[in-house]
Design a protein around this ligand. Structure first.
Ligand code: SF4
Length: 1015
């Protein structure tokens, strides 16, 4: 029947006083019932431990408010189930839908489907419940007010009505029932001898009301509060406010304790003087307690390094250490990454949403595939996922990827259906390396397409019947069947994934139960997935038990209360991080909060939060801040940092600027030690076996990097494969058949040749509908070949038959060249025809007496004779396809090669050995195909409608002029290139000042030079 309020500064023995009270109550009556209310798990565990140390806690129940609400209700014979987070979320969603359907939602109608809106409503309803605001009072208050407020009141009222219909209660609503029970039965808690309320920094109106009624029924109640009764310091302002509220509602007897605070020197000094307007003494420190790091990521590492040092050197258990920060969302992943590297367990107060679990993300990605029309990349990712078994082997999925690339499947099942047909009928011999203009490898040459297609059918069947709408329960049933057919649950192997599956079950149950509450309603597949995503967002992922063992606690600054640790690090003391920037709540504005008794959102007492946080440390304290922002600008310190800094002299602050002079003994992981060792050019702990091998590897890496950073490329790390010379000489021996484009690739950059031709690496580009450059080249070549061959046979003007020939080729082009026409194909056809017309007109205008006599003349392919060159290093065999051969009335020959691009077709390109195709074709026409004496040749630039400046007849170099000189230069280059290839000389040296974009190494080559223009 007595309520005492024990108010005193931090660490002065309030909890010890409570434990003494418990011991005294139990001494008087060994069966005394004692209830201890604490704010969080950590405080509960610590209270339990201290009680045990003091002699035992038989008959003492330690729990949170909601445990005792439940106790009160059970005492009164009421068993009201508490709604789960997922079901609460679903119920809010259904409430919004219902209110919208009834036409009562206008202001919020535009955001009625947003997941964020449901979360905001959930928080707002919880706040209203905690402030004991009844739906009727809220409706009354908002009548005649803004639509925003009134609609919120309607939603609140309907949500609570739904809960009532369900016969369940939300966690914040439990207190209402407990209060009602205490009011209706004054003997409910009369068996309780002592109630201890320890570790809280504030109480909601509902909690104060509950405590008042409980205090009236129990024999004794003691509430502790950290602060000073008459203090004017900023750090105690919140305690003053709470004191007034408790005084007004509970009229407690105010007491205090006069013990000195049991804190380490630095935080004891801060406890006395920080933000104290009165004169302060400075305290000299020999050890830093404040640390400035360059970034938030380094700050997280430094804090964990500090904790690991205390753990290793001073044997402080990890579960006696904590880190608090105002911005946990930012620091959580940074701390997790550093802790993984340092081998530390962390336990976060804030759990990750279920929807971020890899297993659940995979399920969501799979389920959204039909809604997005099966985008190829996402589809292939799903097929590769280790969480599903689709009846496809790894090789099958790789073959499916090849099918996509070959048939350019961008999205949709219809494209897959068309692709199978197209690939079955494809007529072009892809395997033929015609020239670089037209080369498309046949990726599916050795794939059993029919069998693969049949195996993929099983995947399509999964989504075969999603068209018809059905109830949520039926959709959930469908999903469960789908997951079990894909062995999803059988493939789960980690504790984290198992926890995710159990939370998934909770979310699915919420969907089914919510339907029972609001009535069955059929929804389509898209709506089901939206509802499922929403339910998954509302459920958090359980932390695996293993991760919780002997772990450092990580929480938000506002959660720093009640519990105490031996070591505490406070992160993020820079401007804008802490104190946090306060913004008004757009849903529950400040006036409404004031009128209805809700906590304000502005002018929260953040100095009190700071005080609570740094006084959580018994002996070791570290306050950190980043001093550079992401863009490298200086980041100003927080005013609280400045206030703490002003209290100390000596070595209080350390600024981490680089690791170069850092003692290696401070490294927190082998990686870090090695990294510092490399920076400092010496590893102090090199005698450890584990480090020796890694240090050796790093020394090798260092040599490689040095070689790659050298001005000139040379040596074994720079493409010099002389050790492989014998196998290369064998591979590229006299029997090898060369194409002009391969030799030109070597001329452009030896490493390009090595990557592309020796290693067979290719660039994998994102799939896009329409033609790729090789297909455009093939299309143009085919039309020009048919136009000239038919005009020759029928003695017609090539220009006259261009349209009809082009129409025929266009018609069969998608199938013949294996591409998917884009939506612009019709427009594209007329543009390409126009280009061809102009080109043909120009080609005809320059033809003079030349008559085309042969087209697509192969040499060295399909049984045709090779061009064989007898060079200084031995015999070289070449193959290729000559686009066109003309003859003049004298029986002389010229060769023409069509090009869609127009760059690098000049005389200097042959002089430098970058373009060898034309002279090779000239020699082939004359010597291999015996078509006659070749006197000229040129490239025809189709898009530019003109011949190249490189012409065989007018070639000249420093050694002379004419076609024979062109041949000689070409042979010299071929001889040189082949010899170097056989020697294994592949140094990355682009002959042009820039690297071609088609170079497969351009993504990672350390000698890459940007600036290439595709033409
Ligand atoms: S990126 Fe440039 S230097 Fe590197 S291999 Fe390709 S062309 Fe050669």
């Amino acid at each position: 029947m007595t309520i005492e309020l024990l108010i005193a500064p931090a660490a002065t023995g309030k909890t010890a006083t409570c434990i003494d009270q418990i011991r005294a109550a139990q001494k008087e009556n060994p069966l005394a019932q004692v209830w201890v209310l604490v704010p969080n798990q950590q405080t509960a565990a610590q209270f339990r431990a201290r009680l045990a140390e003091s002699g035992g806690g038989m008959g003492v129940r330690i729990g949170f408010f909601h445990h005792f609400y439940q106790e009160i209700l059970e005492e009164n014979g009421r068993f009201v189930p508490v709604i789960s987070q997922a079901l609460s979320h679903r119920l809010i969603q259904e409430t919004v839908r219902e209110v919208s359907t009834s036409g009562d939602l206008t202001h919020y109608d535009a955001i009625k489907d947003k997941l964020g809106f449901f979360s905001v409503l959930k928080d707002s309803f919880a706040e209203l419940r905690s402030a004991l605001v009844s739906p009727e009072a809220f409706l009354d208050y908002t009548r005649g007010s803004t639509p925003a407020r009134h609609e919120l009141a309607i939603l609140y009222e309907r949500f609570l009505a739904h809960l009532g219909t369900l016969g369940w209660i939300d966690s914040e609503g439990q207190v209402w029932l407990a209060i009602e029970a205490l009011e209706n039965n004054s003997a409910t808690a009369s068996h309780v001898s002592l109630v201890v309320v320890d570790g809280f920094t504030a109480f909601t109106a509902a909690q104060r009301r509950f405590l008042k009624l409980l205090g009236q029924q129990a024999d004794e109640m003691i509430i502790t509060l950290t602060g000073e009764p008459e203090s004017a310091r900023m750090v105690h302002r919140r305690a003053q406010k709470v004191l007034q509220e408790l005084d007004a509602d509970l009229s407690p007897k105010i007491m205090t304790v006069n013990h000195p605070a049991l804190l380490g020197t630095p935080n004891l000094h801060m406890e006395k003087y920080v933000l104290n307007p009165e004169a302060v003494e400075e305290c000299e420190l020999q050890e830093p307690i404040m640390l400035e790091a360059r970034s938030q990521s380094e700050e997280a590492r430094e804090a964990l390094r500090w904790i690991k040092q205390l753990h290793v050197r001073q044997s402080i258990p990890l579960n006696r250490c904590a880190i608090y920060t105002a911005d946990l969302n930012t620091y959580q992943p940074l701390l997790r990454a550093a802790a993984d590297e340092f081998g530390l367990n962390l336990r976060f107060s804030q759990r990750d949403p279920l929807s971020e679990s890899p297993a659940i993300l995979s399920v969501l990605n799979l389920l959204t595939l039909p809604l997005e029309n099966y985008p190829t990349r996402t589809l292939l990712n799903a097929l590769h996922s280790p969480y599903f078994q689709f009846g496809l082997e790894n090789q099958d999925v790789e073959n499916l990827e090849k099918v996509c690339r070959q048939a350019i499947i961008v999205t949709g099942k219809d494209q897959w259906d068309a692709a199978w047909k197209m690939l079955a009928r494809k007529r072009q011999d892809y395997a033929e390396a015609l020239d670089e203009e037209r080369y498309r490898p046949d990726l599916t040459a050795n794939v059993d397409l029919l069998a693969l297609k049949q195996r993929l059918e099983r995947f399509w069947d999964l989504f075969a019947r999603i068209e018809s709408p059905r109830s949520q329960a039926r959709w959930v049933e469908w999903l469960e069947t789908l997951l079990s057919n894909m062995s999803f649950y059988d493939l789960i192997s980690t504790e984290r994934d198992r926890a995710a599956c159990s939370s998934l079950g909770e979310a699915l149950r919420a969907l089914v139960v919510s339907e029972k509450v609001v009535g069955e309603r059929e929804v389509d597949y898209g709506q089901f997935i939206t509802d499922l995503q929403s339910a998954l967002n509302s459920v958090n992922l359980e932390e695996p038990t293993e991760a919780r063992k002997n772990a450092v606690f990580i929480g938000k600054l506002v959660e720093a209360r009640g519990s105490r640790y031996q070591a505490v690090a406070l992160l993020g003391f820079s401007e804008g991080l802490f104190p946090i920037v306060e913004n008004p709540d757009p849903f529950l504005d400040e006036d409404l909060r004031k009128d209805l008794g809700l906590e304000p959102r502005l002018q929260r007492e953040q100095a009190s939060t700071f005080y609570q946080a740094f006084t959580r440390a018994n002996t070791h304290l570290l306050i950190t801040r980043p001093y550079l922002s992401e863009d490298g600008e200086a980041w100003e310190p927080s005013p609280y940092w400045q206030a703490a800094k002003a209290l100390f002299t000596g070595q209080a602050i350390i600024k981490i600027q680089s690791f170069e002079g850092r003692p290696q003994a401070e490294a927190a992981s082998p990686q870090e030690l090695l990294f510092w060792g490399v920076q400092q050019r010496q590893l102090i702990y090199a005698e450890y076996d584990e480090l020796q091998q890694r240090w050796q590897n790093l020394a090798n890496a260092h040599r490689i990097l040095d070689a790659r950073r050298a001005k000139h490329a040379e040596g074994v790390y720079e493409g010099d494969l002389f050790e492989q010379a014998s196998s290369l000489a064998q591979r590229y021996s006299a029997g090898h058949s060369w194409s002009a484009s391969r030799l030109e690739a070597y001329g452009n950059c030896p490493f390009l040749f090595f990557v592309n031709s020796a290693l067979n690496l290719e660039i994998s580009k994102p799939l896009e509908p329409g033609l790729d450059p090789a297909q455009v080249g093939s299309l143009y070549h085919r039309i020009l070949e048919l136009v000239y061959s038919e005009s020759m046979i029928n003695h017609t003007d090539p220009l006259e038959i261009l349209d009809s020939v082009a129409a025929r080729v266009f018609e069969s082009a998608p199938e013949m060249f294996g591409f998917r026409p884009s939506a612009l194909w019709e427009v594209e056809k007329s543009q390409r025809l126009e280009k061809l017309r102009k080109s043909l007109q120009a080609l005809e205008a320059e033809r003079g007496a030349w008559q085309p006599i042969a087209f697509e003349k192969k040499f060295g392919i399909q049984g045709t004779p090779h061009l064989e060159l007898k060079l200084s290093g031995g015999k070289i065999r070449l193959h290729g396809v000559i686009d066109r051969v003309d003859r003049n009335p004298n029986g002389e020959i010229r060769v023409i090669d069509y090009k869609t691009g127009s760059s690098h077709l000049g005389r200097p390109d042959l002089q430098k050995g970058l373009r060898l195709q034309l002279p090779i074709y000239g020699m082939a026409a004359q010597d291999a195909l015996q078509l006659g004496e070749v006197v000229d040749g040129f490239y025809w630039k189709i898009n530019d409608a003109c011949a190249s400046s490189l012409q065989l007849s007018n070639f000249e170099s420093e050694h002379g002029k004419g076609i024979e000189k062109a041949y000689q230069v070409t042979k010299d280059y071929i001889s040189k290139y082949v010899a170097r290839i056989q020697e294994g000389s592949f140094m990355p040296e682009p002959h042009n000042t820039v690297c071609p974009s088609y170079c497969p190494a351009s993504q990672w080559c350390w000698r890459y030079r940007a600036g290439y223009k595709n033409e």
